[in-house]
Design a protein around this ligand. Structure first.
Ligand SMILES: [Zn+2]
Length: 183
């Protein structure tokens, strides 16, 4: 914030603590909180370490939120695709993945014929707006996501490994309830 007051174009930089930047200190704990899954799309594993990132839910580049750059509740373990889709956009309706009482079904539903993710037809009007904003911001229904969800489901159906935390898109796999209709 001080840097920006001196130079409005100043870019965000993590503090350095004991020779490592704060990002390196924070990332392992944020990662553990989601079992290594992206907090937004649930992809797993984020194999290439350069794809492991910390998402500032309220964007640090937005002057309204610059005081939240180090706010623990504003930081999430996040994949590169979600990061690049969201960029520095902000919408007051965005849904926090660790929102208290969060239930996937209260906001979203899947179409198992094509992997699509849409607001739940049973959701309240407010929840529909939140689901729409979240799907749009993180690109959760772009073609690539649909394809990746379907690929993971096919692998899951053929595998005997039922340790769900070792799989991507856990809501997609678990909501399928053994339905083998995806070809
Ligand atoms: Zn993601």
């Amino acid at each position: 914030m001080e840097l920006r007051r001196r130079n409005p174009g100043a870019q965000f930089q993590w503090y350095e603590v004991d020779g490592r930047d704060a990002r390196e200190w924070l990332l392992p704990d944020l990662k553990a909180m989601t079992q290594g899954h992206c907090a937004f799309c649930d992809t797993f594993p984020l194999e290439d370490r350069t794809l492991e990132s910390i998402e500032h839910f309220k964007p640090k580049a937005d002057q309204r939120f610059e005081a939240h750059a180090y706010d623990w509740t504003n930081l999430y373990f996040c994949c590169g695709l979600c990061q690049s889709e969201k960029g520095v956009s902000w919408d007051d309706d965005l849904l926090r993945p660790d929102h208290e009482n969060y239930r996937f079904d209260a906001y979203f539903q899947f179409d198992y014929t094509n992997g699509a993710m849409t607001p739940s037809s049973l959701a309240t009007e407010q929840a529909i707006n939140q689901a729409k904003a979240t799907i749009k911001a993180y690109g959760l229904d772009i073609q690539e996501r649909r394809r990746m969800r379907q690929l993971e489901l096919r692998k899951w159906q053929k595998s005997s490994d039922r340790d769900i935390d070792e799989w991507a898109y856990r809501d997609y796999l678990q909501n399928d309830a053994g339905d083998n209709s995806v070809s």
